[in-house]
Design a protein around this ligand. Structure first.
Ligand SMILES: [Zn+2]
Length: 272
């Protein structure tokens, strides 16, 4: 699933390309991805222009004229900015036809992704209120982070991935952050020392920042807005490196399941 660095990369790509394009038409063969009847969706967006774009957690928030248009790529969604005459991308299920012979394609193999028109800013606020603290904002402080960890007995990894607590961290960057901070993914969150909390706080930001710098990780379906892979896979330290030596100590990286998700860690650096 695209996580904060991947969605942030797409957001930045959108800023450099999609803004000011006018939507001329909408095509879909899978109306469910629009979360409304396709005709209603079409009526709401056709004739409008892409204005600002933002990101909250793993959501992309467009404004077409003043109407909020929100997209979640879920497991395998891709947003692709193409010329209308470019060969159709595999798994394309929604197309926003734009002026200047361009189009925005929403491709999704699994079809869990969605693009939804909201009524107004109030509905947007309501939708965004379910997310927790957002890394790289002033509210992401050591104090706030520490408060979340100290109040919970749950294993640290699923807590890092809980979008209602910390927004944008998913499976890849949770594994990378915990390895960086030398913390076992199954440690109860409230068992971390002050020092470990501080390290993890920095490691989360470093892991995410490094993912953004490399334009995301393409271990699964992720592509940027122009259909290019991210470069971060080569810089992953632990994720999907099971069977290989830990880059820090040389012990063999192990894979276990935590909260149903494949989890990679070094048994020597990350003691339980
Ligand atoms: Zn190690």
């Amino acid at each position: 699933m695209p996580e904060l660095p991947e969605v942030e990369t797409i957001k930045r790509d959108i800023e450099s390309s999609l803004i000011d394009h006018k939507i001329l038409d909408v095509w879909t063969d899978w109306g469910k991805m629009l979360k409304s009847d396709p005709e209603t969706f079409k009526k709401a967006v056709v004739g409008k222009k892409f204005g600002s774009v933002g990101r909250r957690a793993k959501l992309l928030i467009f404004h077409v004229d003043s109407i909020p248009l929100v997209t979640h790529l879920k497991l395998s969604g891709r947003l692709l900015y193409r010329n209308q005459k470019d060969p159709i991308d595999k798994f394309t299920h929604v197309v926003l036809k734009l002026d200047k012979d361009k189009e925005l394609r929403f491709a999704d193999m699994r079809k869990f992704g969605w693009m939804r028109v909201l009524k107004d800013e109030g509905e947007l606020d309501e939708l965004l209120s379910e997310f927790g603290i957002e890394p790289f904002t002033p509210e992401f402080t050591l104090e706030n982070f520490s408060r979340i960890l100290k109040s919970r007995k749950t294993a640290i990894k699923p807590l890092l991935m809980d979008q209602s607590q910390i927004a944008g961290v998913g499976n890849i960057y949770a594994d990378e952050s915990l390895w960086c901070a030398r913390i076992h993914p199954l440690r109860p969150a409230n068992s971390l020392s002050e020092e470990e909390i501080k390290d993890l706080f920095s490691c989360i930001q470093d892991s995410l920042r490094s993912g953004i710098k490399d334009r995301g990780t393409s271990v699964d379906m992720y592509l940027d807005l122009f259909g290019q892979k991210g470069e971060h896979e080569k810089n992953l330290k632990i994720f999907r490196r099971d069977g290989s030596p830990c880059p820090r100590c040389g012990s063999e990286v192990k894979k276990i399941r935590v909260g149903g998700r494949g989890t990679h860690f070094c048994p020597s650096c990350q003691k339980r």
